[in-house]
Write a protein that binds this ligand. Structure first.
Ligand SMILES: [Zn+2]
Length: 101
């Protein structure tokens, strides 16, 4: 097991987890339930963490995450369900419709 990154919140941690898993990396989250401890614990120790199960996959996982984080951050509105989409998504997370050209 090797830690790849700390995420600012659980939503982003889950997104990163999906990015790694989509590429066949066995990734998991740690500390994802500690947000309730903020106030009792230093906030930095309550952030969800992204880990890989296999140390051999750590380097590729970091490269994937770096590439993902360098995607242009876009904002667009889904033509089908009018959901507001932010981030590197090319399809609507609500209904799955593709991003308009
Ligand atoms: Zn939609």
């Amino acid at each position: 097991m090797q830690k790849i990154a700390s995420a600012p919140n659980l939503t982003i941690a889950t997104l990163w987890l999906d990015v790694l898993r989509a590429d066949g990396i066995e990734a998991l989250l740690q500390r994802q339930y500690l947000a309730g401890g903020v106030g009792d614990l230093p906030p930095q120790q309550c952030l969800p963490e992204l880990w890989v199960a296999e140390d051999a996959q750590a380097e590729r996982a970091r490269a994937l995450l770096d590439a993902f984080l360098q995607l242009p951050q876009r904002q667009w509105v889904c033509r089908q369900c009018h959901e507001h989409i932010e981030g590197g998504f090319e399809s609507c997370w609500n209904c799955g419709a593709p991003m308009p050209p």
